[in-house]
Each structure stands twice: as structure tokens, then as C-alpha cells.
Design a binder for this molecule. Structure first.
Ligand code: FAD
Length: 390
């Protein structure tokens, strides 16, 4: 009987008892509670937010933050939760990433004490859903070119602009919106825009072929007044949104290994059962080569994110290191999904198996949180000292 890949390389022995307990509880929820409702959510193009209270109970919302009702997990523990969520669907992991890393993190890191007390406990309990508004119709990889403006008035700011591709936006009770208070990127500030503020709306985006079990929307800001009490006091400039993205990208590097594992497990099991030319297709060298390529990528990915977790816990993790991990792990996952699809032959395109859904989801993950190309340029700049961005 073959050993599971992660046991073969003693990967699971890397985790502490506590990390394994968290992993197991998230795994149970994702596979036993979430997976059964996933196909309907995918067909309806919605995130099943009726499960948010249960997701919150797992401690995965703002899992790495300390205080304010958050679980205060270490980096590898948090990473394992992301992996287990994405083993089932990238949309589920995206929900948790946006809530924790993109919305709760900036409030925790850059918010006032009053803002932390006001928002974080409710967000950790899943009573308040957050979204992160950076991307605009004409500003994607180059967020410094954003057009959304915040004009200072008595007692606050008036926001005008439009954000696009915003995960969770249609159901969010709070949006962390990044806007310029002046002409250049150094004037960018973070605003906590609450549902019910006049001039704030979040039309839903339809027609996705990827991350269908996830809410995606626009944010329209039309003369939206945001009081001074809702401006993040602790950061200004692109550093604000970019530091949130570093947090989220770390979780993505871990998470996509879950999608890759799901595809790998499916392909191994299928290849052992499916017979052609009188024997299981697992017995053909070409099939084994595909499985071995998948396995190498998945094992290397785990060693990489485990190393980065240690650096993160010690407080020395850099954005460049996270760029390499996001880029590399997503590439591993998408190549694994595409290769697993071929192992399943025609069955690979069917909803009975998770492979095609993962492959479609990973197209979004390849693009969001810094495209593959943008991370290539960030790494190229770090290695050569020459900036090839513009
Ligand atoms: P563009 O920036 O227009 O890029 C198009 C292509 O050009 C890409 O291949 C890119 O790599 C390439 N390119 C651009 N510049 C260069 C360069 N200098 N050199 C070489 N190639 C280059 N955004 C949010 O703010 N909040 C969210 O919650 C959010 N959720 C998302 C959910 C989904 C499902 C998706 C698909 C996107 C989401 N995004 C979100 C937006 C995402 O972050 C952007 O799509 C991403 O930053 C890329 O921007 P763009 O799509 O405008 O592509």
C-alpha cells in the first residue's frame, strides 16, 4: 500500500500537536460541512455566508492577530488553516484571507485603539464582514495610479471614486478603502467605510468562470462622507495597502498547496483505479512522471512555506521572500491542477471531481494579490538591483 505523499516526506511531522489539532478541526469543517454545499454555491455564483458563524468558530478569521477576540496563532498554524480551507475551494480561503489579512490586519496594525475595539471582535466572530478596496477599473498592477480621491472637509473626508474586483464587497459591512488625499501615491490613506454611509454602494459582479463560490463586487463612492474617527491614523502612502498584501500573500502561498494536494490526491486515486490497455493507468511511466512532478512541487512548496513561517514568527519575513513563495506555490498549484486534469481524461472536466474547479479558481489566484509577472519583476529587482517595472 502506497504511503501518502506528506507522510512519505514526513511533512506532517513538522507541525506541533497544537497546530495539528487546529488543522484537523478546520479540515473537518471544510470537508464535512462546507464541501456538501459548495457545488450549489458555485452554480449560484455566491459564497455560502450562512456558514460564516461556523467559520468564525474555527478561529480562522484574523487567526494570526493577538487580542480583540482573535486566535493569535503562530504562522505555520495559520498557514495550515489556509491550506485546509483551500483543499476544498479557493473561494473559501479567499473569504478568510480578505477578512483576516486584508481587512482586520490593517485595523489591527494601523488603526486607533478605539477602531480596534469597535471592529475587530465583531469581525473575529464573523458578525461583521470586511472587504479591501484597492483595485480600480484603470488601476490594477499599478495601484499608485489610483483615481479615488478623499477630500478633507470639516470632521472627515469626502470620497469619490470606484473600486472593482472586490472580494466580499456585496455582503461587507465594512470596507477598507484606499484613496489619495493629494495628487501622488504618498498621499494614500486608508478609510473604514461602513455599510449605510451615504454615497457608498457595492454592486455585485456576475459572470465569473473562476472563484464562482465567492462574492465579487464593485465599490462605488459618490460624495461619501467618512468621519475622521474612521480614518486609519497609523499609515500613509502605498506602504499601507502593500503591507496588507504581504500578509495575505503569505496565506495564499500556504493555501494553494491545499488546492494542489486536492488535485494530486484525486489524480493518484483515479490513476490506481482507472484501467486502460489491461492495467491501471498508474502503471504507465508517463502517468507516474506527471504524479512525480506534482509531488515534487508540493513537497518543495511545503518546505518553503514552513521556512517562511519561521521567519514570520521571528519578525524578519520580507515582502521579497513572500513574493517568491506566492509566485512559486501558485505556479505549482496551477500546473498540478492542469496536469491532474489530464490524468483524469474526460472525467477531469466534470464537476464530480474537484480538479477542473481548482484549475479555474487558480486562474484568479495567479492574478490577484500581485500577478505572476509583477512578482517576477519584484524578484528581478531584488536580485539585480535594477527596476524593470516601468
Ligand atoms: P493589469 O494590471 O491590467 O495587468 C494585465 C496584465 O499585464 C497582467 O498579466 C500583468 O501581469 C501584466 N502587467 C502589468 N504591468 C506589468 C509590467 N510592469 N510588466 C509586465 N507585465 C505587466 N483587488 C482588490 O483590491 N481587492 C480584492 O478583494 C480583490 N479581489 C479579487 C478577486 C478576483 C476573483 C480577481 C480576479 C481579482 C481581485 N482583485 C482584488 C483585483 C486583483 O488584485 C487585480 O486583478 C490584479 O492586481 C491585477 O490587476 P488587473 O486585473 O487590472 O491587471
Amino acid at each position: 500500500m502506497a504511503q501518502h505523499l506528506l507522510d512519505l516526506f514526513a511533512i506532517e511531522s513538522l507541525w506541533t500537536e497544537e497546530q495539528r489539532l487546529v488543522r484537523d478541526s478546520v479540515r473537518r469543517f471544510a470537508r464535512e460541512r462546507y464541501a456538501p454545499v459548495l457545488q450549489k454555491a458555485w452554480d449560484d455564483e455566491r459564497f455560502p455566508d450562512e456558514l460564516v458563524p461556523e467559520i468564525a468558530q474555527l478561529g480562522v478569521l484574523g487567526a494570526q492577530l493577538h487580542g480583540y477576540g482573535c486566535a493569535g496563532m503562530d504562522a505555520a498554524g495559520y498557514g495550515l488553516t489556509m491550506r485546509e480551507l483551500e483543499y476544498v475551494d479557493s473561494g473559501l480561503r479567499s473569504f478568510a484571507s480578505v477578512q483576516g489579512a486584508l481587512c482586520m490586519y490593517p485595523i489591527h496594525a494601523f488603526g486607533s485603539e478605539e477602531q480596534r475595539e469597535r471592529f475587530l471582535p465583531r469581525m473575529a466572530r464573523g458578525e461583521l464582514i470586511g472587504c479591501f478596496g484597492l483595485t480600480e477599473p484603470d488601476s490594477g498592477s499599478d495601484p499608485g495610479s489610483m483615481r479615488t480621491r478623499a477630500k478633507k472637509v470639516d470632521g472627515g473626508y469626502v470620497l469619490d471614486g470606484a473600486k472593482m474586483w472586490i472580494t466580499n464587497a456585496p455582503v461587507a459591512g465594512i470596507a477598507v478603502v484606499w484613496a489619495k488625499t493629494g495628487e501622488d501615491a504618498s498621499s494614500i490613506r486608508g478609510f473604514l467605510v461602513e455599510r449605510g454611509f451615504a454615497g457608498f454602494s457595492t454592486p455585485r459582479m456576475h459572470g465569473k468562470h473562476s472563484l464562482r463560490a465567492s462574492w465579487t463586487g464593485e465599490i462605488a463612492l459618490e460624495g461619501c462622507f467618512v468621519p475622521d474617527a474612521n480614518v486609519l491614523p497609523g499609515v500613509q502612502g502605498l506602504k499601507g495597502p502593500l503591507s496588507c498584501l504581504t500578509q495575505a500573500r503569505f496565506g495564499i502561498a500556504w493555501g494553494v498547496l491545499g488546492a494542489a494536494l486536492s488535485c494530486f490526491d484525486t489524480a493518484v486515486a483515479y490513476s490506481q483505479e482507472r484501467k486502460q490497455f489491461g492495467k491501471p493507468i498508474a502503471g504507465f511511466q508517463l502517468t507516474q512522471q506527471k504524479l512525480v512532478e506534482m509531488a515534487s512541487g508540493i513537497i518543495n512548496g511545503h518546505l518553503l512555506v514552513n521556512h517562511l513561517s519561521g521567519l514570520k514568527d521571528r519578525g524578519t519575513l520580507t515582502p521579497t521572500q513572500v513574493s517568491l513563495a506566492k509566485r512559486d506555490c501558485v505556479r505549482t498549484a496551477i500546473e498540478t491542477a492542469r496536469s491532474a486534469r489530464t490524468v483524469l481524461g474526460a472525467n477531469g472536466i466534470m464537476a464530480d471531481y474537484p480538479v477542473m474547479r481548482h484549475a479555474q479558481n487558480l486562474e484568479s489566484v495567479l492574478t490577484y494579490e500581485g500577478t505572476h509577472e509583477v512578482h517576477t519583476l519584484a524578484l528581478g529587482r531584488a536580485i539585480t538591483g535594477v527596476d524593470a517595472f516601468s
